[in-house]
Design a binder for this molecule. Structure first.
Ligand SMILES: O=C[C@H](O)COP(=O)(O)O
Length: 264
């Protein structure tokens, strides 16, 4: 979608592996109700995407059909078909209605040994299959904002330069997730988030092949944060603090207020 026609705020939710199947479907029903009535979504101010576990993707996409909410996967294979036991390809994901695929999350890097080469290959696999990669980037340790910005831009540049060897780039969602802020009691400070997200946005502006990309913040994000960040981010990537649909509603309320402030 061209940047000028895009909703002002993007809100992504990854359910990780927290919910069981029925719990996921009940949550998705609440989100469908919310999306059908919330003016930020119905009025085109906010785009919402949700990343459930693989087995829930088909039913959740069905539950959300008819709303503006898109679905995606928390991972995908580097290859499109073949003898890759346990993997799910981008082609398969697109066929069942997914429109996003998360790559490079810190948990996959730390727990499953994924490095830049695999993350780049998964980014390329998403793009060639019509999925928008949600590419997670962010520093490992708590460092000063300028250092975090330099490291994070370098990481995005490294991964996307490698992905470009496999095929044309396109719009991505860059999810800035400082690894030390994931699963924490609170997010990074607004000043820290602003410094890094503005650096990422500035870097994206120098890469025409990535035109239409967005920068969102994740890492203990929840209600209250968007208001503090203002126009320095294109949105949020929610984890635990989206488990209560009422919290998602509060984030959408803030998206609406933020978009109104931007146009005032
Ligand atoms: O995918 C979402 C992020 O890793 C954030 O998760 P969290 O909000 O539970 O820290």
């Amino acid at each position: 979608m061209p940047a000028q026609n895009r909703p002002r705020v993007t809100v992504g939710v990854s359910l990780k592996m927290y919910f069981g199947h029925h719990e996921t479907l009940n949550w998705a029903r609440s989100i469908a109700d919310l999306a059908a009535r919330h003016p930020a979504v119905t009025g085109g101010t906010a785009e919402l995407f949700v990343l459930p576990a693989f087995p829930a993707l088909v039913p959740v996409t069905g539950i959300l059909a008819g709303t503006e909410v898109r679905t995606g996967a928390q991972d995908l294979a580097t290859e499109d078909s073949g003898p890759y036991t346990g993997e799910v390809s981008g082609a398969h994901l697109h066929e069942i209605g997914a429109r996003y695929a998360e790559v490079g999350h810190a948990e996959r890097r730390r727990l499953f040994g994924e490095g830049d080469t695999v993350v780049a290959a998964k980014t390329a696999a998403a793009l060639r299959n019509g999925l928008t990669p949600v590419l997670c980037v962010g520093e490992l340790d708590r460092v000063a904002p300028a250092e975090a910005a330099a490291r994070t831009v370098a990481e995005a540049e490294r991964v996307l330069a490698t992905a470009a060897h496999e095929g044309p780039l396109g719009p991505v969602v860059l999810a800035y997730e400082p690894q030390w802020a994931i699963g924490a009691p609170r997010p990074a400070s607004p000043a820290h988030i602003r410094a890094v997200c503005e650096a990422l946005t500035g870097w994206l502006a120098t890469r025409p092949a990535l035109s239409g990309s967005r920068v969102i913040y994740g890492g203990s994000a929840g209600p209250g944060l968007l208001t503090e960040l203002g126009a320095s981010v294109d949105g949020l990537f929610l984890g635990r603090f989206a488990h209560d649909p009422a919290a998602v509603e509060r984030v959408l309320d803030e998206a609406r207020e933020e978009a109104a402030a931007c146009t005032a």
